[in-house]
Write a protein that binds this ligand. Structure first.
Ligand code: PMP
Length: 413
């Protein structure tokens, strides 16, 4: 273990005594490079955070997506804490639920109603149930290697999962209309819904935007077979368009799930849908002890207000392009060719032709040492707090990381 992370390591040892795995899920050290990355955070502001060892990072993961305007955005925090002073968890919902539902139905073209939960998984699983309720059909189609959350039907791996949990789910391949047509030939009449992310972002893989042919095939199948289209916009939502990422690519969804960016780090998810599904939605039981929390809803209202006021979507694209161009150029200069995939606001840059990801891991570990937090195997996220000077500072740190990797390569010869 790198001595730089000694407090992270000590805390992880303590955590491992009392928490299964020490740190679980996407934050687990095994998801990055154990020993070469920080494990625990202590504080954050803007586009930066500090680990428990006191190191500061420009963060290109944004809490894996939720940090959209920047950490500790004062306007959002003030809106949330003002509401909290009057109480957060009641017997009833508050007016904020209604206000946010009104706002989402105004923003998202297909949305005639909205419901709220806490995590993306709450909404993707509920949307699947709404589709079954509406169509009276059992089966659901999803893309191979897509991530939709931790419910048994979609969770990666098999821990605690039984075959029956997945027996009504069919897979097709991303950007492969033939695999969709094959599936339609066998199961078209039995499918309640197709659930897809706006673009494909598998872990340990490049992001893949949908081809126009794929989008057309999805829309055609939806119309031909009466299959509902669920867009899982949990990861991309609000970064590509405030009106839903389907608008960027041309999908015609029936239900859309949001979370992550919606409330700038406050826990909230939402599902919106067409009026034709309102009755089915009202029959599909949905609840959670904390789901009416007023502060998260107020945080979302403020987040969206700021996003509209400050043209955040455009800013993210501009700065994402600056980051991508800068990194690719530096890679050329340091003779470590890099490749970029995915939209500028949710980019993923990695060492080209590095099938084992070893060079990529070394590069991201070196970046962490230089104060730039990048993920080796998962797409990255930009926030509005990544201003031009901060992108440029990130590029300087990235160059230091590239130069360290270059030196190591020379030494290894
Ligand atoms: N869908 C997608 C596309 C996601 O990226 C995620 C979270 N990474 C989820 C669903 C699940 O969201 P959550 O972790 O909030 O349950």
């Amino acid at each position: 273990m790198n001595a730089r992370y000694s407090k992270s390591k000590a805390l992880f040892a303590r955590a491992s005594e009392v928490i299964p795995g020490g740190i679980y899920g996407h934050s687990s050290p095994v998801m990055t490079v154990p020993g070469e990355f920080p494990y625990f955070a202590s504080k954050a502001k803007g586009c930066r955070y500090w680990d428990v060892d006191g190191h500061e990072y420009i963060d290109l993961m944004c809490g894996y997506g939720p940090i959209y305007l920047g950490y500790q955005n004062e306007e959002v925090n003030e809106a949330a804490s003002k509401v909290q002073r009057d109480g957060d968890c009641f017997n009833h919902p508050t007016e904020y639920s209604v206000q946010l539902a009104e706002k989402l139905t105004e923003l998202v073209d297909i949305a005639d109603w909205a419901v709220f939960g806490k995590n993306g998984s709450d909404m993707t699983s509920w949307a699947v149930r709404v589709a079954r309720e509406q169509t009276g059909r059992k089966r659901i189609a999803m893309a191979s290697h897509a991530y939709h959350g931790i419910a048994p039907w979609c969770v990666p791996g098999f821990g605690g999962v039984i075959a029956e949990d997945r027996s009504t789910f069919d897979k097709f391949y991303w950007n492969d209309p033939d695999s969709l047509d094959e599936l339609m030939a066998s199961s078209g009449e039995k499918l309640a819904a197709i659930i897809i992310t706006p673009f494909h972002h598998p872990a340990f893989g490049d992001s893949v935007l949908p081809t126009p042919e794929f989008v057309a095939a999805i829309n055609r199948i939806r119309n031909e077979y009466g299959i509902l289209l669920i867009i899982d916009d949990v990861r991309c939502g609000f970064r590509l368009s405030l009106g839903g990422s389907h608008r960027v690519f041309g999908y015609e969804p029936d239900l859309i799930c949001f979370s992550k960016a919606i409330a700038n780090g406050y826990s909230l998810s939402a599902c919106v849908g067409r009026s034709s599904l309102k009755v089915a939605a009202s029959k599909t039981f949905l609840t959670g002890s904390f789901w009416n929390s007023a502060s998260s809803l107020a945080a979302a209202l403020k987040t969206i207000e700021i996003a509209e006021r400050d043209n955040v979507v455009e800013a993210l694209e501009e700065r994402g392009n600056r980051l991508i161009e800068g990194m690719l150029e530096l890679g050329q200069k340091r003779e470590l060719p890099l490749q970029s995939s995915g939209p500028a606001a949710i980019p993923y840059i990695r060492v080209a032709d590095d099938h084992s990801f070893h060079k990529q891991q070394a590069l991201c570990a070196a970046a962490a040492e230089k104060g730039l937090f990048l993920h080796p195997h998962h797409n990255w996220f930009l926030s509005a707090a990544h201003t031009e000077p901060e992108i440029d500072e990130a590029l300087q740190r990235f160059d230091l990381a590239l130069s360290a990797v270059q030196r190591e390569q020379v030494c290894a010869l």
